[in-house]
Unconditional design. Structure first.
Lengths: 187, 121
């Protein structure tokens, strides 16, 4: 996958398939330490140690619809290319934390890509998910919690046309602010 | 610059209009497993959301699903109109979305050339 934001979408889908009701996504970009960290924590069913040891093997998957699982192996590969690493902590019955770490300025680091599209997909297609997002770029931070939005909306669905327009505009303006109001590497 | 205050104002306006429909709507489901995402599911999802906003469709529900085992036909997009069979479209591109929504979601005519399966529930 060419963008990290696509891997993020994939990881959040993993959490949802593991039965998570809360997903916390943190993106920490620090150009001073030359670090990019993506962390996804969920309260899904978690994994037993025996499975956890094998998740970056593409020929191991718990799904029954196909015999290969490429999501985590692809991220594992992309971190290793960039002097980073993928770490996964999981407790069966409690949840999983997946953390991908990259050297921010590494030649081979994929761009973060269109996070606005990724966030829209996650938020709108999973209206009952308690999704918490924070993204920092050096000292600037953008935070969003879906309970705040759904709390305001009450019984108005997220797919209402006017809500869709608002969400797109809200995410895009906050993203521009995060990078100091200038288009960043991804646009 | 859109703010949370804008959202609150919008909610009040929408509630004042009091013409929201909450049930009996059409459901659109996009395959978002690793295979779907790699094939471009996010762009298809964005096209669906843009089309809903553009056409001001107020009774469409959008969901995502994981891999269903037809990875080679991704991006898969299902349309379920109330009381009608679930129709699965395959190899959907963002350019196909406007047609599927105009023909099937709005007018109830299945776009046969993109169909890979139908399930009567």
């Amino acid at each position: 996958m060419r963008e990290l934001s696509l891997h993020i979408l994939d990881l959040v889908q993993n959490s949802i398939e593991a039965g998570a009701t809360t997903v916390i996504l943190e993106i920490m970009e620090d150009t001073r330490d030359d670090q990019l960290v993506i962390r996804i924590s969920d309260n899904g069913r978690g994994m037993e140690p025996a499975i956890l040891d094998q998740v970056t093997d593409p020929f191991v998957t718990t799904r029954t619809t196909r015999k290969v699982g490429l999501g985590l192996p692809l991220i594992d590969m992309s971190t290793k290319r960039c002097e980073g690493e993928l770490t996964i902590r999981s407790v069966a019955g409690e949840g999983t934390v997946v953390e991908a770490r990259y050297r921010h300025g590494h030649w081979d680091r994929p761009p973060l890509g269109d996070m606005v599209e990724t966030l829209k997909s996650i938020i709108i297609a999973n209206p009952s998910l308690d999704f918490r997002y924070s993204h920092s770029f050096n000292d600037a931070v953008f935070r969003l919690e879906t309970v705040e939005i759904t709390g305001i909306l009450g019984d108005i669905p997220l797919t209402h046309p006017e809500v869709l327009e608002w969400l797109d505009g809200y995410l895009r303006s906050n993203y521009a602010n995060l990078y100091g109001g200038v288009p960043y590497e991804n646009s | 610059m859109k703010t949370v205050e804008d959202l609150k104002r919008m909610r009040e306006q929408l509630q004042a209009q009091n013409r929201l429909r909450h049930s009996g709507g059409t459901e659109i489901i996009v395959g978002m497993g690793t295979c779907g995402i790699a094939a471009g599911a996010r762009a298809v999802m964005s096209a669906v959301l843009d089309e809903i906003a553009k056409r001001k469709l107020e009774d469409v529900k959008v969901c995502q699903t994981g891999c269903i085992g037809m990875c080679e036909r991704e991006v898969l997009l299902d349309v379920v109109r109330p009381g009608e069979p679930r129709v699965t479209y395959g190899r959907v591109t963002p350019a196909d979305v406007a047609k599927i929504i105009a023909e099937h979601v709005v007018n109830g005519r299945i776009v046969e050339e993109l169909v890979v399966g139908k399930i009567v529930e």
